[in-house]
Design a protein around this ligand. Sequence first.
Ligand SMILES: Nc1ncnc2c1ncn2[C@@H]1O[C@H](COP(=O)(O)OP(=O)(O)OP(=O)(O)O)[C@@H](O)[C@H]1O
Length: 689
Amino acid sequence: MPSRPISPDQKTTANTRSKVVLLAITISAAAIFLMTIVYILYHLWDTFFRRSRTNPFDSAPTLKLQKFSYKELKSATNKFNPDNSIGKGGFGTVFRGILKDGKSVAIKKLDAASSLQAEREFQSELTILGSIRSPHIVSLLGYCIEKNKRVLVYEYMPNRSVQDLLFSDVNVSLGCMNWERRFQIIQDVVRALEFLHNECDPPVIHGDIKPSNVLLDWDFKAKISDFGLSRVKVEDEVGIDLFSQELGKSQELWKTQDLSGNLNGETTPTVGTPPIEGHCSSGEVDFALALQASSSSKHVKGSHNTNGLSSANSLSYNCSSKASPKGKEVLVEDIVGSYDPEFSSVEHSKELGVDDAGEGKQWGKDWWWKQDDSSEVCSKDYVNEWIGTQVCGSTNRDWESSMSSPMEFNLGYSPQLDKLEEEKEELGCPDEKGFEPKDKSIQKNKPRKMQDWWRQEKLDELSKKGSKRKSLESKMRKRIRVPHFGLGRQFCIFNRRSLKEHNQEDNSLKHEFSFKKVWKKKHTRSMGSELSGELFSRELSSTTSMRGTLCYIAPEYGGCGYLMEKGDIYSLGVLVLVIISGRRPLHVLNSPMEFEKANLVSWCRHLAQVGNVLELVDERLKDAYNKEQVTLCINLALACLQRLPELRPEIGDIVRILGGEMDLPPLPFEFSPSPPSKFYSRSRRRQSE
Ligand SMILES: Nc1ncnc2c1ncn2[C@@H]1O[C@H](COP(=O)(O)OP(=O)(O)OP(=O)(O)O)[C@@H](O)[C@H]1O
């Protein structure tokens, strides 16, 4: 059958349809093309303009780290020959190496045995340091991962670390560490921190600022190294978690209580160090602060000694309330008996002996400022007192009794629990068994008359703690493990990072304390019987824990707090004092006359109070320094060392202050030459009325 011919109309319709389809395809393609161009332009704009700050993670792909083979690095260091070793850290040895192209590098070989923490450091260095470039930061050039071998390759810093230079007499006498150089180093470190805190997005917190992490290049330009403990700040992170909660409480308390404990309803002018009740939210050792509060007063104890138990409790309660799969575990016995945070609540003014609370007592808070008056105080006394108060978690009184009757540290003993009992005794609080104070003289000796409101408050608090105490006691007996975020115990355990300074120290007269040995002994035998000036004079203190380095770490970081910028600022304060004085933060010489200078931060505060900060300056500098610059740096350091992070200056302000573009904010009263007396406070009050 013949096919029907296609009509012209049908042809036209078909043509029209194909044209429409073609047009649709063309338009779609054009739209896609346009959108692609718009996307590319947006991306370019985003890269070049919007994100002008350094984003460590975004920029990571641009910072190509070289991957080395182990063989290559082995040959660069002559088989990791000890002769090429230029330093030893907590997790590995640093070698000088020469690469195939003739370039000098520093090669850090992590100890395989250092395991998890070393791995953490390695990852941290790779992800954070590997992603940032700044003239103020030591560059990470490459790495090697082969089986369990971990090696990092850095730019070589020929003039070693500030630690090496400061504590090597030869170099200083050669003028290596003259004032100009020291000032330059301070400025360089400040700039490095400015880069990390303000120019990186998100900000990077170093977490371990100290002299051995400040390295010097050919021109003695300082650069920060060692990002093993650093972290990147999470967006919108407020940072001060438990601390700020306690801070709120303490500020309320502070408003209602002056130095003598009286209710006055006004804010006391000394803002730097409110008596924080339970400030340290964990049972961790608040070493930085503990060191500053070098001895405690029985009087202070009278007003704050519930903290011991509260700290132990707060760790278990706070942490369990936040329990997460990430939570690690810590033995209750590691918490209880480790630290008495009453030292956290010690006002610096008292610490410096501003008030008369310690008068007439053998171990008043100000005892070590009075060495000249007491020829009986020797290094042994210092050590006993200090260790007794700071490490055992007992106060002076406990320590004194432990000295006469050495006790074992075991599950059955908890200084905090004992203190609770004692406190109840002092307050005349009947316990569950209807306990009444046996010795009425205890009450007579109370350092201050407590107002009824305060007493009532205290009793309420104690009865609350009594119930917590019961559960804590039963946990202790069962050795129950309390979940915790991997923060508490770490601070107390002195791991393998350590005592590097010890090796470098000359074995002559200059010696420092170590907590490591004491800590070990704590678990094995009576401490009191073992302590002697001899023993401690041989040990050093700059031990790095998993959370930072003793003496440099900020007080708030010792208590479950996040590591924040202000933590770096605190460490910077200590570093500045170390650079100016040429002393370590805890530096006890054998001479009793030197005791008052043992704790650098406390000594500096004392000097600031008496208006003589220049006494802190390294004697080796003789008079060859700029007094104005030194005074500015010391005052700046004191501002950085304020206990409340909020009061410490921001790094941007520090840059401006050092550059002379901004005045130093007024220091708290406790650092001023004329601290406010009670009279002053009252007269001020009357005026304001
Ligand atoms: N890039 C480098 N160039 C030259 N020397 C270096 C370099 N990196 C480290 N060192 C030297 O090696 C030493 C050890 O450094 P490392 O970072 O391993 O440990 P640390 O920071 O001193 O101690 P820790 O790791 O316990 O905090 C430094 O003090 C320094 O003297």
